[in-house]
Structures are given as C-alpha cells and as structure tokens.
Design a protein around this ligand. Structure first.
Ligand SMILES: Cc1cc2nc3c(=O)[nH]c(=O)nc-3n(C[C@H](O)[C@H](O)[C@H](O)COP(=O)(O)O)c2cc1C
Length: 198
C-alpha cells in the first residue's frame, strides 16, 4: 500500500496563536516514519464565512469558492491529526466551522487528536470526538495532551515540545493507532469503490 496521506489541521487562526508550534512538532515526529506523509493544513489559508450555504454539502453542493477549495483539500487525505486549542472548554469556533463545511470528504477516515491548554485541551478533545462520530471519522484512543506547567513553559518560556519526554511516546502511540485505522479504512473504501464499479 502506498503511503497514507495525513493532514495535520491547526485549529486556530488568531495572529498570536500557539497552534502552529505543536502542529510542526507532531509533523517532525511523523517525518521519521515511512508509512505516512503529512501536510500541515492551516485554516488561515481557508478564510471561510460562518456557515452560509443552503445545506451541508452532504445534501447540496457548496457555492462559496473557498469552501469548495477546502472540501477538495479535506478529500485529499486518508486521515487527520487535529491539533486543537481549548476555547471555553470546547474546540475553537473556526475549527467547528471548518468541520461543518465538509461532509462526505471526512467520512470513513481516521483521526488522531492533540490538545493543549490548562488540562491539555482534554475537554475540547472529548467534544471533538462527538463531532467526529457524526462525520463518520474514527478517532483513535490515545490523545496527546500538552498540559499545565508544560503548556505554560512552551507557550510563555520558550521550552521546546521535543524536550518533554513523556509527550514523545504519546505521539508515537497516537500515530501507530492512526496508521492502523487509516490503513483499514482506506482498504475498506477501496473495496466499496470496486463493488460500486462492478
Ligand atoms: C476565547 C478563549 C477561551 C479560552 N478558554 C480556555 C479553556 O477553556 N481552557 C484552557 O485550558 N484554555 C483556554 N484558553 C487559553 C488557551 O489555552 C490559550 O490561549 C491557547 O494559546 C489558545 O490557543 P491558540 O494560541 O492556538 O489560539 C482560552 C483562550 C481563549 C482565546
């Protein structure tokens, strides 16, 4: 099987955001593997309005051109790593909006979850699991939680994520699970296509 394509999605867009740091750190770890290729997907590159279509694109094609470009980007991947902040105990609105703007493109894919915040983005990650279920995205068990003093040290004091030992093992475990599910789901999607063509 060819390398799995994994999109690493940054959940925030504000000018002074932290989100690109953990995204790049996860990408650096993923680059050591030969079974996946990753791409950072920055929502800043997809400036979409708050949901403003006649329906979800599960039911009606979207009209907005940035949205159409977003849907094509989502469709390119076999799986995703969501690197999420926690805004008032949930995912940032810009990520929710981006999730809402695609539907079949997410279906039957796998996702790993990385959070940051006072409790490692744990509450946002759990909300994201519920949203993912509706989009038919399988989220893997092991989350990566950049939390408490570690989050503050990286955010405010220039500590590097790669120097926090326990987090590295968590990323490896998350990636192992993501690859297993992404591979299984890719094979199943391919079987569906063959059956439809027969
Ligand atoms: C609107 C808002 C709400 C926040 N709510 C939480 C929260 O519920 N839990 C938490 O741990 N951090 C919270 N924070 C702090 C964020 O963890 C911190 O600002 C983080 O850097 C946000 O990610 P970003 O820099 O990528 O935007 C909040 C920040 C903002 C801007």
């Amino acid at each position: 099987m060819s390398k799995l394509k994994i999109g690493i999605i940054i959940s925030t867009t504000r000018a002074t955001r932290f989100g690109h740091k953990p995204a790049q750190w996860v990408r650096d770890i993923a680059a050591r593997r030969d079974d996946i290729e990753t791409e950072i997907v920055d929502l800043r590159d997809f400036p979409m309005p708050f949901f403003d279509e006649a329906a979800s694109n599960a039911w009606a094609p979207s009209q907005n051109q940035v949205v159409q470009r977003w849907q094509k980007k989502v469709a390119e991947f076999d799986g995703y790593i969501f690197v999420t902040a926690e805004y008032n105990h949930s995912i940032p609105a810009v990520l929710k909006n981006a999730l809402d703007y695609a539907s079949p493109e997410w279906n039957k894919k796998a996702a790993g979850l990385v959070g940051y915040g006072s409790v490692g983005g744990a509450r946002a990650i759990e909300h994201l699991r519920l949203i993912a279920a509706e989009l038919q995205v399988v989220t893997v068990r092991t989350g990566v939680y950049i939390q408490g003093a570690d989050f503050m040290a990286v955010w405010k004091e220039g500590k590097e994520l790669k120097d926090i030992t326990y987090l590295q093992a968590g990323v490896k475990e998350m990636l192992d699970q993501l690859v297993w599910w992404a591979k299984a789901l890719k094979a199943a999607r391919e079987q569906d296509l063959l059956a439809a063509a027969a």
